[in-house]
Ligand binder design. Sequence first.
Ligand code: P6P
Length: 327
Amino acid sequence: MATKVTVEQHVAEGASPELREVFGGIAAAAREIGKKIRLAGLSDVLGAYGAVNVQGEQQQKLDVFANGVMLRSLGKLASVIACVSEENEEPIPFYRAGAKYIVIFDPLDGSSNIDVNVNTGTIFSVQELSSSTADATIFDVTASILQPGTKQVAAGYVVYGPSTVMVMTTGAGVAAFTLDDNGDFVRSSESMHMPEQGPYYSANEANAASWPAAYREYLAMLLRGELNGKAYSARYIGSLVADFHRTLLKGGVFLYPPTDKAPKGKLRLLYEANPLALLAEQAGGAAVNGPKRILELQPEQIHQRTPLIVGSKREVEALQKAVLEAR
Ligand code: P6P
């Protein structure tokens, strides 16, 4: 029987033990969010909250619940100086002397899928205050939030599905932890590697007519089997965390290209693309916005969107080449 290692123990014994408290806070929040989701049908938490978030999207009741849980769980930690959430227009600073971590998150991505019992997820990115922690101002905090993805000190997600699994990195590889009956996230994969190539592509092809032509031509090339000698199968769940988790485990490529409706992409850079890009690269995969590596993009504002193509290196690099050659 393998020794039980929790995510907190894994971090404490890893390269960045000082992040243990943050992962403890995320794990506590994920336990509470997961429990609410499991019993959603029995309590009045399904459906729309009746408000619109900063993205102009209908907030679901569970979005509001999950956001409150994340803020309460992280906001009390001595090491956390601020949070950034998809559900809040501005950063939430805590002005704690000595605190240095900024946790940036989408508290419940894909929440509209909960009504139909489809996997959803919490996605998180951790940046470190880039200036002295003694007298940090909101300007220092904002500057540290807008660091490129290469500066992330940790990233991960929790996927709420048949089992609740946290996948994370502190920059020393990717590990997975399964929530057990005692409420512990127990290590179930110590070192995850994305297959070099995969059998799946994942995209909402209803938007294909409005993608830049290079993306349509790329997909046609995949389907002709010109990249790996055999054709691909399509898999699209419409829940980013679930589509990414499958891509991490099985390989292939997830694409959310620019569309007429979202010419800069639909997905958000700071709390969707950056954390998933760090996980992908740490697992041997890649992530681009079309021409550029996601992790090198310089954020300009906290809710900015980006196209996202993420997955196995061969598929992603082939897309990047196709987009660059089409210029
Ligand atoms: P579309 C869910 O609303 C979400 O933010 C992601 O989880 C998902 O990848 C994407 O939007 C799906 O968008 O336009 O295909 O419905």
